[in-house]
Write a protein that binds this ligand. Structure first.
Ligand SMILES: C[S@@+](CC[C@H](N)C(=O)[O-])C[C@H]1O[C@@H](n2cnc3c(N)ncnc32)[C@H](O)[C@@H]1O
Length: 361
C-alpha cells in the first residue's frame, strides 16, 4: 500500500497507536499504526470559546497533533452549525473493533462511512473485498470512496439508509454501526450470518450482540461511554416557549442528574431524546431541558420546578429512573435479549428493571 504520508505524520501515528492500547496488543492497534488518519480527515471543525466553528487544516498549527490524538473530530456541519459527521474518538473506535472480534476474511457491514477512516481500518485488517460501508449522505460516500482509493483500498461504499443494511452483499459475519441507533435494525438481524456479532452505539452506550438464531440474539453493553451522532431522522424542535407558560410541578430529582448519573439509562428509556442546559453567570447549572422528536418537552430548574408539555411527560420518566438508580449504574450491567418481536434491555437480572428498545423503522 502506498500512502500520502511523511515522517512527521508517521512518527505521530506510531505514538498515537501505542498510546491507544498501551497495555495489550491488539491486531487493531497495528491497523491504527498503519492507516493514516490525516488522509481521511484532511480538515476538521474546531469550536472556539465563543461557540464559532473554525476549519482547521494542514496549514494550521496543531492540525497533525489533533488528528493523531484521542479526539473525535467534527468533519461536517449542517446549515445551522450542528455537526452531522465526524471521525469518532479513536479509543472508542478501538473498543468497538475489539468487541467485534473479527478475523481476517470475515465479511463486515458498517453503517456510517463518514470520513472512510473506520472503513480503511476494517479493509486493512479484514481485506477490502470483505468490507461494505454505507452512509446516508452522498457527498460523504463520494469523498470517502476517493480517499480510500487514494490509499489503495477499494471496499464497497454505498449510499442509503444503513438501517436497511445492504442485502445484495449479505450475509455478514460482523456488523458495526458508527451512528447511534435506538435498537438493532431488523435488516441487521436478517442479513447476519449464523453466529454473527453486531456492535452498535445505542443511546449513550455501545451494545454488543451475538446472533444466536435467525432473528434472535443476546448481548450486553460495553463499559465504554459513547456519544455518537444519532442516525439521522426527522424531528420536531423543543417547545420551550410553550413549556415556559405551563403550570409548574415539583421534582425531588436534581436536574444535573439528567446530564450525569442518569444520562445512560435515560438514553434507553427515552430513545433519541436531546438535552440542553442553562447556566448562571458563574457557570453553575440553572436548569436543564429535555425533548423528544414528537415535540414533548420538559424543563427542570434547580429550585425543583418542572414544566412539561407535549404528548409525553418526559420528566416523569426521569423521576422514575432517579428512584430506580441510587447511584450511577454501570453500563456493563445492562443486558439485551432479542427475539423477532422484541428487543429488551434489562438491568442486572432478567426480572430487574427493563426497557423495550423502540423500533421506528
Ligand atoms: C460518527 S460518523 C461516522 C464515522 C466514520 N465511521 C468514520 O470513520 O469517519 C456518523 C455517520 O453516520 C452517518 N449516518 C447517519 N445516519 C445514517 C443512516 N441512517 N444511514 C447511514 N449512515 C448514517 C452520518 O452521515 C455520519 O457520517
Amino acid at each position: 500500500m502506498t500512502w500520502l504520508d511523511n515522517d512527521t505524520a508517521a512518527a505521530l501515528r506510531k505514538d498515537f497507536a501505542n498510546a491507544l492500547a498501551p497495555t495489550h496488543t491488539s491486531a487493531w492497534r497495528d491497523a491504527f499504526a498503519s492507516v493514516p488518519r490525516h488522509a481521511f480527515v484532511p480538515s476538521f471543525y474546531a469550536q472556539g470559546p465563543d461557540g464559532a466553528w473554525k476549519n482547521v487544516g494542514p496549514d494550521d498549527a496543531g492540525y497533525l497533533e489533533a488528528v493523531y490524538s484521542d479526539r473525535a473530530l467534527t468533519t461536517q456541519l449542517d446549515e445551522r452549525g450542528i455537526p452531522t459527521s465526524s471521525s469518532s474518538e479513536p479509543s472508542v473506535m478501538l473498543a468497538m473493533l475489539d468487541a467485534l472480534d473479527a478475523a481476517e476474511g470475515d465479511t463486515v457491514f458498517e453503517l456510517g462511512t463518514g470520513t472512510g477512516y473506520n472503513a480503511a481500518l476494517l479493509s486493512h485488517r479484514l481485506g477490502e473485498q470483505n468490507v461494505t460501508t454505507i452512509d446516508v449522505d452522498p457527498d460523504l460516500t463520494g469523498a470517502a470512496t476517493q480517499r480510500l482509493a487514494d490509499a489503495g483500498l477499494h471496499p464497497f461504499v454505498g449510499t442509503g439508509d444503513g438501517a436497511g443494511g445492504w442485502p445484495d452483499r449479505a450475509p455478514y459475519k460482523r456488523l458495526i454501526a458508527t451512528a447511534a441507533l435506538r435498537a438493532i435494525p431488523d435488516a441487521f438481524l436478517k442479513q447476519a450470518a449464523p453466529g454473527a456479532i453486531i456492535v452498535t452505539p445505542v443511546g449513550y452506550g455501545i451494545l454488543r450482540v451475538a446472533v444466536t438464531a435467525p432473528g434472535h440474539g443476546t448481548g450486553w453493553f460495553l463499559p465504554t461511554p459513547a456519544h455518537f451522532m444519532p442516525r439521522r431522522t426527522p424531528s420536531a424542535p423543543p417547545a420551550f416557549a410553550e413549556a415556559e407558560a405551563a403550570e409548574p410541578t415539583t421534582t425531588a430529582t436534581a436536574p444535573g442528574d439528567v446530564l450525569g448519573r442518569l444520562r445512560f439509562p435515560l438514553s434507553l428509556a427515552l430513545p433519541g431524546h436531546t438535552t440542553c442546559s442553562w447556566r448562571g453567570e458563574g457557570g453553575e447549572l440553572a436548569a436543564v431541558g429535555i425533548w423528544t422528536e414528537d415535540g414533548s418537552t420538559a424543563t427542570a430548574h434547580v429550585s425543583g420546578k418542572v414544566r412539561q408539555v407535549g404528548p409525553r411527560r418526559l420528566w416523569d420518566v426521569v423521576d422514575t429512573l432517579a428512584e430506580t438508580f441510587v447511584d450511577e449504574p454501570q453500563r456493563q450491567e445492562f443486558h439485551v435479549s432479542i427475539t423477532p418481536d422484541r428487543q429488551t434491555v434489562w438491568y442486572r437480572t432478567q426480572d430487574g428493571p427493563s426497557w423495550d428498545l423502540s423500533q421506528p423503522w
